[in-house]
Design a protein around this ligand. Sequence first.
Ligand code: PHE
Length: 342
Amino acid sequence: MLEELKALEKRARAELEGLGALEALEGWRVAFLGRKGALTEILRSIGQAPPEQRPALGQEANRVKLALEQAYTDRAEALQRAEAQRQLAQEGVDVTLPGRPVAPGFLHISTQTLREIYAIFGAMGFQVFEAPDIETDVNNFQLLNIPPFHPARDMWSTFHTTREGVLLRTHTSPGQIRAMRQYCPEPIRVILPGKCYRYEQVTARHESMFYQVEGLAIGRDVTMGDLKGVLTHFARQIFGPERKVRFRASYFPFTEPSAEMDIDCVICGGKGCRVCKNSGWLEILGSGMVHPQVLRNGGYDPAVHTGFAFGMGPERIAMLKYAIDDIRYFFANDLRFLQQFA
Ligand code: PHE
């Protein structure tokens, strides 16, 4: 029986070594160490051996049992380690490989123009004030002196939402009301950049979505002279120090008086060309003194405070600056256009 035990140990070890995968281990354990396994069988039969042999047999059987159990654990660990190694080698990342080059990005031309505008007004003490794209009819129109059915509503074809009285702002001017209500009765010097939306036929000159930058200055002694000074300085900063400007009387329901500002044509220098339609002038923004009723709607007393406001389109400014002849390029996402401003 001793021989049998020795032979069993040898066979078990040999088979264990031959196992290539973790899954095969369980079969081996059942066959040799399991309740009906070969070793258990021998252990059971020790009772039938002559009494004087039993202690030695028992001892040897126990030694073989422990040895095989240990061998089993060792083998399991070795196989686990091998498996982990194999996975590492297969899925490992070679950190020494050179990376794939990432093309550096650049700012969209509208963003670049916006930032230029921020810098120019920032230097004159204007802060950026944020206002939402989704507005109420009250802010977008009514508090700006445009009641329902006012003919001036025709100036802004509007995207309405399914909620009554809520729309996509047609201009950044409702931000004037928000800024005034936030800061009243303090003086104000802000610009309000953001997207505007108009329900319009999209053409080379009209988009349904575009940016505007609104400006608002309110104080105790703000005059039309301040308006002209600030906007003339702006025009010369963004279009060049030699720019001539002119203010033409105009109409906006929320400013009185109102004026549009033109610069002499950046293409022909005022001689007349296709871009300025032979007039020598280019319109770049709308402006005016804040209407007394609008001041009141913002919380200010027009007997104490006055203010000026203006609104411009950065895409239009970029079009004039870079002689871009179609506003649709801006948001068509054609890299051949956008990369010219990288
Ligand atoms: N909101 C006007 C527009 O979209 C522009 C404007 C702003 C005019 C502020 C005067 C004062 O056309």
